[in-house]
Design a protein. Sequence first.
Lengths: 360, 572
Amino acid sequence: MNSKSVSLKNITKEFTDDQGNKVKAVNDVNLTIEKGEFATLLGPSGCGKTTTLRMIAGFEELSYGDIYFGEQNVKDVAANKRDCTMVFQSYALFPHMSVYENIIYGLKIKKLSDSELDKRVEPVIEIMNLDVHRDKMPNQLSGGQQQRVALARALVMEPSVLLFDEPLSNLDAKLRVTMRDEIRRVQQKVGITAIYVTHDQSEAMSLSDKIVVMNEGRIEQIGSAMEIYQRPTSKFISDFIGSANFLPSKVSQVDSNQLKVIYSNNELLVSQKNAKEFKVGQQVEVVIRPESIHVSDEGDFEGKVVKSAFMGQTQEYELEFNGTILQAVVSNPSGGKIYAEGEKVAISFAQSSLHVVPSA
Amino acid sequence: MLRDYYQNYIRPLFKQPLLLLMVSLIMLSLITFIAYPLFKIFIVSFTSEGSFSLAGYQRVLSGGELFTSLVNSLVLAIIVATLSTVIAYFFAYTFAYIAVPFKKIFNGIAILPLISPPFVIALSAILLFGRGGFISEMIFGIENANIYGLHGLVLVQTLSFFPVGFLVLSGLLRSISPALEEASDNLGASRWETFKKVTLPLSIPGIANAYLLVFIQSMADFGNPMTIGGNYNTVAREIYLQAVGSYNMQAGAALAMLLLTITLVVFSIQKFWVGKKSYVTVTGKPTSDRKMIGKGKLRGFMIGTCYSLSATVMLFYLLVPVGSFIRLWGIDNSFTLDHYKFVFSIGQKAIVDTLQLSLIATPIGGLIAMIIAFLIVRKKFAGKKAMESVSMLSIAIPGTVIGISYILAFNAPPLAITGTALIIIAAFIIRSMPIGIRSGITALQQIDPSIEEASTNLGASGRKTFFAIVLPLIKPAFFSALIYTFVKSMTAMSAVIFLISARYNLITASILSQVESGRIGVASAYSTLLIIIMVISLLLLNFSVKFFSYERKAKKRMKKNKITTDSASISN
């Protein structure tokens, strides 16, 4: 496999909307994906992730910027000459061709000899478990099977880069998890560079070496799943990845890797690696994940239960804390005490799980 | 802005030489055969003896024969559109809401008029109600019955055009979600109240649509007024008489401009105003099937009416073949093959010419329609909007207007091609193209563009993608465009009647001259031939659409793989 790295340098896509205004669907994006890495472009719809992917594939022309596969600038390479194959959201199987004909379509265009063709196709059919389906037509296959054909068709081309455009969004929830694992397994087995577009955070987190969160045409943050969840750089990301509570606060003290903030007369201590980026007196938001709120009889702060719902695995609370409603999730509620609506409770936060982002 | 436009619309043309070639060729043909002739007719209508003049319009609007024809056409169109819409709605409602036995046959009747020769119904009306007519004289004993005139036209046009309205309305009624009516039912409304307060208001855009479409058809109709109009002169006929009869080109052009203006205005209203008013929304949620009314007194009445109306239409079509075997209808009712002998001896040239020209026009027309549809749906290039509107616009241009404009445009250099086969073929193609384009567009829109992208992504060139992926997927549309072009060309009259010459004669023109000289038998024989050709083509179309669709391929494999599929489902 001749896997290559992919670099996007200042790529921008401009278009003119119906009112004649210029809109930047992708705005000055810089990104490098290493050889063999699995990177996910994650973001809400309209954030520019699909446009970025389509520019990499060559379906959209760049307004500005360059795209490199390895050392080669592919900006002016036509879509059908680019060494990257794509798995489409709708699978885009050719409905008038059998599974086998679909898979060999690209190799036939390359004019491979029959023996070479077999050498490439058979192992892929093998790992994708498609042998029994090879003579069927696409509309005789289930969604998951069609998905595997689409992936096989892309894999046999042995491209430098494999592209995925929300490939699992048409599958039901259970199959989505199975296929997700399958994609990751195959990608690691062949060691190919993969770029994957999705709006589903659990997909992104379970698949990726690197998650690229996009919003309004720009990259908001790049990092591993854990980095992005634990140390989001903005309010948007903390809200978009997982669920989060925000306490509007003011910075009162800045140390080398910790901050003191005031939230309506309550002082909170937050460990923060980039503490130096904040200034005393700055308006910030403290991010608290629902699972890092402890609800008990005794604790640091006082609150009131507004809503309490038993969900089986968890107990979900809405807590009023000095005018802010906090969502809290307590695991395994059957083992402990459950508070009812209207009850006064004590709230504490695990200090290590608190995180500060600038106010939007 | 300019840079954007260059990048998105002009640069792609120069990056793909094949695309550039296609676009230029098509643009050139559209300009030559649609835009230029219309421009010419516009100029001529304002010119007298080489200088600007309103004399033509003055002649038309100052009263007299020309003005009467205009008023007559409007009156006729209003009556026919009203009647046809009412009948069409009745039909459409019956078929959408009531369990009707043998529904499929009636769908066939609905598309008959779209492809039938333009005056079959008029011919049988003469056979039934004319002098010596089957009903008028033999049953009611009326001698010298007169079917010619407004009443005859109303009868004939309504029977010919209500199916157009039916197609529009049944499509609309089918797309109304049954859930809306169930909701009304659930809230306590009776069936009549539900109809009055839910179904009818929701179908108003469709009713307007049907009305306007029939209106245009009636205005533009040439064959029926020529055969059965009698003293009731209509505008399409008058244009022909002015241009070919008295060779008054200026008056003819002015009248044609007025007719064109009316049809274009009505077409625009239909397309841009009514078209946007639709309440029917596609939600993508599967709607349950409507529960058909299976009993009730009204049901019997409605089915009965529909059956008898359909039977009437069928009778009208069947009468023509019968008439073709009768020596002199109403006077000497003996069996004869003389009419066919005439048709296949002296009249043979018209058949050969028509077949020849139609067969040349068919592949060109079908392919051009598919290419234009593909360019419109999938490609970005400068001038796309213009290409789309001009090619679709020709559906709203009455045939007689095209006919007179071709005489004006192509009688003199630089393009003196009247009398040649080329101009007739061009007229055939231009007249049938919009429908082909539309079916191509519909077919392409149902194909996910990412299928073509996938082909590109796997290394295929633009041409390879078109031939290996696009064309196989739109094969049914391609074949229907081919058949439609053929049928439409075989039965064309209004435009080409201006263009025939000693060198090329056409079946429809021969029928007309036979009718004019009172030889209904020969006219019937020609029409019967046309009907047979039409029926064969339709069967062929039906067969080919089924044969070439890839679903069939899948079914075939399904049978072959029955065993493997079963074992596969176990392993899954």
